[in-house]
Design a protein around this ligand. Structure first.
Ligand SMILES: N[C@@H](CCC(=O)N[C@@H](CS)C(=O)NCC(=O)O)C(=O)O
Length: 329
């Protein structure tokens, strides 16, 4: 057996569990190492940025950033592929992956830090992960520190009193649409997980562990809940489906959340970065959204556009993107 990769991460990091789910699906030997005070020394030895997940290969090469981590491993371990052979479905899956990382993260981060019950739950779990051996007093103090630190950062993903209704409506509608879609198949693109499942799942799985969005998922969306659990150890249960089978229940989700919210946001964000603006406002589905621009997301939009531009034949995809309201972006 190959030597294992090491994944430094925590359960409350959507990007870390996304990568772990991928390793489990592919059967790539790995060990999951909690990033905590105890492992800080080894983490710092490899990390270029203070971000998780950090993956260290058997050759001692470190990589960060979940999307390129998965893309690089996919070249080394091509089977079973996470990319459907139909180029339309493969592109939609990549679009959903990007959507999950960026807009799905707004759902997750907003719900985690918007209400006391969720803040307390998450801050307590993060504090326990950081200092597993802390006594009660130390644990309470660390919990309070985490809570304060994170509250000062919610603006970062655009969560504010003004945007809260947009984020929460989008989440509630999306989970109902995904539930209808997943009532008919075990994974988003058919009988096995695709790139898009991993990106979206990391965020929704994390939201499910928080009291408020967790209760919404548990109470309203049994098929989505089954997928949330299935994706912790995903496996091949069948083939990918053709676009014609997916479209009736996937297109409404794409149109509303990717076409009308995420992509217009993404384009406005990239423009604000290019112009060096401190803050930007954009009309999203008839309402104004305001936030400070997010640098990383401008880069990932460019990567998605490059993926589109590299396709040799785009007519069938363009028809789908047009119907989903995504082509212009
Ligand atoms: N684009 C990166 C994002 C990674 C990221 O934002 N990680 C968060 C946790 S989910 C982090 O490490 N934050 C630093 C901190 O909280 O100190 C990826 O996909 O891996």
């Amino acid at each position: 057996m190959d030597d294992p990769h090491r994944i430094y991460g925590v359960e409350l990091s959507p990007y870390s569990v996304k990568v772990r789910s991928y390793f489990r699906y592919k059967g790539i030997p790995h060990v999951w190492i909690l990033r905590s005070a105890k492992t800080q020394g080894e983490f710092q030895k490899y990390a270029r940025l203070p971000l998780i997940p950090l993956v260290v290969s058997p050759k001692d090469e470190a990589s960060q950033d979940s999307t390129p981590i998965i893309e690089t491993l996919e070249e080394q371990y091509p089977k079973p592929s996470i990319h459907p052979s139909d180029p339309v479905v493969a592109f939609v899956s990549a679009l959903v992956e990007e959507f999950g990382d960026e807009w799905g993260n707004k759902w997750m981060f907003h719900y985690r830090w918007a209400r006391d019950v969720d803040r307390q739950s998450a801050a307590g779990r993060i504090a326990r992960t950081m200092l597993p051996d802390a006594d009660e007093a130390q644990h309470a103090e660390t919990t309070a520190q985490v809570r304060e630190r994170m509250l000062s950062r919610v603006w970062f993903v655009g969560s504010s009193a003004k945007t809260a209704p947009q984020i929460e409506e989008s989440f509630c509608e999306a989970i109902a649409q995904l539930d209808a879609h997943l009532a008919l198949r075990p994974y988003l693109f058919g009988g096995r997980p695709a790139f898009g499942d991993f990106g979206l799942w990391g965020q929704i799985y994390n939201a499910w562990t928080d009291p408020t969005p967790g209760a919404l998922i548990e109470g309203r969306t049994p098929h989505l809940l089954a997928w949330v659990q299935r994706m912790t150890w995903p496996r091949v249960e069948g083939d990918f489906e053709p676009w014609s089978g997916l479209e009736p229940t996937l297109l409404p989700f794409l149109r509303r959340h990717v076409g009308r919210l995420f992509l217009p946001w993404s384009v406005a964000n990239a423009r604000a970065i290019a112009a060096g603006d401190e803050e930007f406002s954009v009309g999203l589905d008839g309402r104004e959204w305001t936030q400070k621009p997010q640098k990383y997301h401008a880069r990932s939009l460019a990567a998605l556009r490059a993926r589109y531009a590299a396709l040799p034949e785009r007519r069938a995809l363009d028809r789908v993107l047009e119907r989903a309201g995504c082509l212009q972006a």
